[in-house]
Design a protein around this ligand. Structure first.
Ligand SMILES: Nc1ncnc2c1ncn2[C@@H]1O[C@H](COP(=O)(O)OP(=O)(O)OP(=O)(O)O)[C@@H](O)[C@H]1O
Length: 707
């Protein structure tokens, strides 16, 4: 087994059972001069093997088979295999080897915990006709496919029609939007004489994101169809303020907006008067507070409280102590409407305090939740393989959402998948067309996109039947994207609340859905945290997720190129794909800088997990070299621009300066939630990140949005 010798043979190493077969095949064409060896490996690795060496020598057509038994020491064997895999795995001949399957931490065994999940019926036994609604409203809704009421609608609508304040909690996708909008339209259409546009806002709906505002606005547009004199409008920022001012001047009766933008108009738009507002809705109330909007929200509530009594409604699938505080200041004798029977009976008691630990987390019954433990180096190929596998399964591509931790990370993965799906990978010798990846559409959604792009992406993904949406947490709340089959959390935010809202983008209103959570071996403690919060997940093996890659690679024409060996194992296919990605990033300066930014922002975000989860998600647990692979980088960017490297000896001295940004503070930095009024003169701040190992790295982070 002399790979060092220049020879004109191709070695196919086939490790099957206890035997290692080296098959030497004559390369096509004449054999002359210096000869190269190509090596291919299949089968499973064994420490000590018998070796059968078939050698087809020289330019003769006949094959000489030399059979000999060779004993390897374990070390020799690994060296040989490493050499073999390396040669094969480098598809584009850069000489750089991606040893994905070596030196990875062990995947720990997870003990299953018995979890008593909390259940909530989606549909009630009541119908729209059972409610005292205008017949036109009933017929219009029936035509749109709504007739049976969901549980929360059945519980909430009668109370809201009576004009009572309410705090409403029901699982994701249970129809809370109609639960608050139907009573508003019913009451507004009853007003005689008919309301006029010039009456200005009579109802104000506040939601945390632009997309959610747009969605709620569209619901109102459908509801007012029979009542054309009621005018809904949407103010979210992104659009020019002047244009919004003109629309306000013209008259909007139902104002759907993000809090920052509303405050902006309250302060700067004279024609906006809120003295006739009768209904205030704070949807995703806990999120509004999380985003650091307490001040804005309380300012709005206070402004409205100066008027005569109006109805206020707070809603979410999850409640937090902050919502209780908000309920205390904004609601008068509220009705607590909890769709889960267990919570409903508990909340009859007055002493209830909504705390995350006391509030139940309800997951839709038709949602199948999974997790996969993936060593850091293998994250990227596992993700790609999973997405491809699902896009190609049963010949019917599906609709999926992938949550990533930062905007840069979304952008990087988006560009990489785009490249894999639609471009030709070229090197000096071959054009490699990864055409099987071109089957699916890729979308991105995050706060760095401009308003137009963002709206277009959201609407296009809403309408499409298949494709992958890569996004930050901006898409986690309230969005109702039809027919999403899979939610992938490539990184988790840590809190159970965030987990619930993300997975809640599927399995909506009784439909089926699936969720997959990616965890690294060091993060498996998170499963226990979820279990303790009554969330139950099934494990899927990484090897199963990688399997589609082999099929995919086999079906790619470029891999059957005679000059190139077709990968025969999942490991080879994964290594091949990793190398394709690494080569692309390595040879493309834009991609490289995107990958570096994505890597850096990932580490930054990783350092901001709440203290209670630091034992599971701690930046010191990250192996930066391995992490680099997951961004298709060949080395950790601590050696590259953007991060200063300081001697390790100074680490202790600076330890006290490591103040991970609090979530709240981080959220406040997020312009997409701000409605565009965050001052551009935001102060640049510096935080110090301690990378494990030898380096102390410092970087300027906070001038960029994380989400
Ligand atoms: N009575 C109903 N019958 C059938 N479908 C309904 C009904 N009510 C609402 N829906 C549909 O259910 C889906 C989810 O509704 P909605 O977005 O209001 O849920 P949600 O409870 O607000 O979810 P989230 O907590 O994620 O914000 C929407 O597509 C909506 O059109």
């Amino acid at each position: 087994m002399t790979q060092e010798t220049e020879d004109d043979i191709q070695l196919n190493i086939n490790i099957g059972g206890d035997h290692l077969f080296l098959e030497a095949k004559e390369r096509r064409g004449a054999v002359r001069g210096n000869r190269r060896i190509k090596v291919r490996r299949t089968g499973n690795l064994k420490a000590s093997e018998n070796l059968e060496h078939k050698h087809s020598g020289g330019s003769e057509k006949k094959t000489n088979v030399i059979s000999q038994e060779v004993k390897f020491t374990e070390q020799q064997h690994h060296r040989n295999i490493h050499h073999a895999v390396g040669k094969t795995a480098d598809p584009l001949s850069t000489g750089v080897i991606s040893s994905l399957f070596k030196n990875n931490p062990e995947i720990p065994k997870i003990d299953r915990m018995k979890v008593d999940t909390v259940k909530e019926e989606v549909f009630s036994t009541k119908f729209l006709q059972d409610l005292p609604l205008h017949p036109f409203m009933i017929s219009s809704l029936t035509q749109q496919g709504f007739s049976q009421l969901t549980t929360v609608q059945m519980m909430a609508i009668p109370h809201l029609l009576l004009g009572r304040d309410a705090l409403i909690k029901s699982q994701t996708g249970s129809g809370k939007t109609l639960a608050y909008s139907i009573p508003i339209i019913q009451r507004l259409q009853e007003i005689t004489p008919h309301t006029k546009r010039t009456d200005g806002p009579l109802a104000v709906i506040i939601v945390p994101t632009r997309e959610l505002a747009l969605q709620s606005f569209e619901t109102f547009q459908k509801l007012v169809k029979p009542f054309s004199w009621i005018v809904p409008g949407c103010l979210t920022g992104g659009e020019k303020r002047k244009a919004e001012k003109a629309r306000i001047r013209k008259g909007i009766n139902i104002l759907v907006c993000t809090p920052g933008r509303l405050i902006d108009h309250i302060q700067h738009t004279n024609s906006l008067t809120l003295d006739k507002v009768k209904y205030l809705v704070l949807d995703e109330a806990d999120r509004l507070l999380e985003l650091g909007y307490e001040k804005d929200v309380s300012q709005i509530v206070a402004a409205l409280h100066q008027q005569e009594h109006h109805q206020t409604v707070l809603l979410s699938a999850t409640l937090s102590p902050g919502v209780e505080w908000l309920a205390g200041m904004s609601l008068q004798n509220p009705e607590r409407i909890y769709a889960s029977p267990e919570e409903s009976s508990r909340n009859k008691k007055d002493d209830f305090v909504a705390q995350e630990s006391k509030s139940d987390f309800v997951i839709p019954v038709n949602l199948k939740q999974h997790f996969v433990i993936t060593p850091c180096k293998l994250r990227l190929v596992t993700l790609i393989s999973f997405l491809l596998g699902k896009q190609k399964s049963k010949g019917k591509p599906c609709k999926m959402i992938v949550f990533l931790s930062t905007q840069d990370s979304v952008q990087f993965h988006y560009m990489l998948l785009k490249f894999l799906s639609s471009t030709t990978i070229s090197n000096d010798k071959n054009d490699v067309n990864v055409d099987d990846l071109s089957q699916f559409q890729i979308f991105q959604l995050h706060g760095q996109m401009d308003h137009k792009e963002r709206t277009a992406a959201f609407q296009k993904f809403s309408k499409t039947c298949s494709g992958v949406l890569l996004c930050t947490d901006v898409a986690s709340r309230g969005l109702d994207l039809p027919k999403v089959e899979w939610i992938v959390q490539y990184t988790t935010l840590g809190s159970t609340t965030d987990y619930i809202h993300r997975v809640g983008r599927t399995a909506r209103v009784g439909s089926m859905g699936n969720a997959l959570l990616f965890l690294m071996p060091s993060e498996t403690g998170y499963i226990k945290v979820l279990n303790e919060n009554k969330i139950s997940l099934e494990e899927v093996a990484m090897s199963d997720l990688l399997k589609p890659l082999l099929l995919l690679v086999h079906s790619m024409p470029q891999f059957t190129d005679t000059k190139r060996q077709t990968p025969h194992t999942v490991e080879e296919a994964a290594t091949f794909l990793q190398n394709v990605c690494e080569n692309h990033v390595h040879h493309n300066s834009d991609m490289k800088s995107l990958a570096i930014k994505a890597f850096q922002s990932f580490v930054r975000a990783y350092s901001t997990y709440p203290t209670s989860l630091k034992s599971i998600f701690h930046v010191k647990n990250l192996h930066l070299g391995h992490l680099a692979k997951s961004f298709a980088l060949r080395e950790a960017p601590s050696h590259m621009s953007g991060i200063q490297v300081k001697p390790a000896v100074k680490r202790k001295k600076h330890q006290d300066r490591l103040q991970p940004q609090s979530k709240k503070k981080r959220m406040q930095e997020m312009s997409e939630f701000s409605g565009g009024i965050v001052s551009s003169s935001k102060k640049r701040k510096e935080i110090i990140i301690y990378f494990p190992g030898e380096y102390l790295c410092s970087s300027e982070f906070l001038d960029r949005d994380i989400y």
